[in-house]
Design a protein around this ligand. Structure first.
Ligand code: HEM
Ligand code: HEM
Length: 131
């Protein structure tokens, strides 16, 4: 598996554990206040990251590009900042709203970079380094 695909799954599974912990916290306490943090940890973290990782696993030539490496760091930084700031925002710490907004835009940037990767042409076999 390409390094970036493995990195995506390693990151995604950690965020899923955190997302499930938030779900359990809500279910056990009966207070569903942090629902959006739970939702976005699981969907932006686990589900979307696993899809990105799966795409890179299926397209190993694209996974080697500098843009793919950068895409991982930009998207992951956005999610890693957005989820805790969303959690704190939904606990009532409204000061976290700007950070939530900025990290959302960083996530969007990561998604746009992924779109560029999806639409880019695969490197021709001759352009690939020799085995
Ligand atoms: C053991 C694991 C989990 C527990 C205990 C749990 C618990 C909860 C709870 C208590 C809510 C609030 C329900 C409400 O107030 O309407 C919720 C909402 C939600 N959860 Fe989970 N969850 C778990 C796993 C997941 C996973 C793995 C995903 C996604 C991959 C997920 C996606 C969602 C979504 C999208 C909502 C919002 C649904 C809505 O808008 O009504 N959950 N979860
Ligand atoms: C940076 C990207 C995103 C932003 C800024 C965003 C923003 C929001 C906002 C403001 C809400 C309403 C929350 C509330 O009712 O208090 C929401 C709900 C929701 N979003 Fe997102 N979203 C993003 C990405 C996604 C993605 C990629 C998915 C699915 C793969 C998703 C799934 C959901 C779901 C299921 C809900 C309803 C459950 C809930 O209230 O948390 N979102 N989102």
């Amino acid at each position: 598996m390409p390094h970036i695909a493995s990195l995506y799954f390693k990151t995604a599974i950690v965020i899923l554990i955190i997302g499930i912990a938030m779900g359990l916290q809500m279910a056990i306490s009966g207070n569903h206040n942090v629902i959006a943090a739970h939702t976005h940890a699981n969907l932006l973290g686990w589900v979307t990251m696993a899809i990105f990782g799966g795409y890179y696993a299926l397209n190993p030539s694209k996974a080697e590009s500098k843009l793919a490496q950068l895409q991982y760091w930009v998207y992951t930084a956005g999610v890693v900042v957005m989820v805790p700031s969303l959690y704190l925002l939904y606990l009532g710490y409204t000061a976290f709203e700007p950070l939530t907004a900025i990290s959302s835009l960083v996530i969007l940037l990561g998604v746009l970079m992924f779109a560029v990767i999806v639409y880019s042409r695969e490197p021709s076999p001759r352009a690939l380094p020799a085995e």
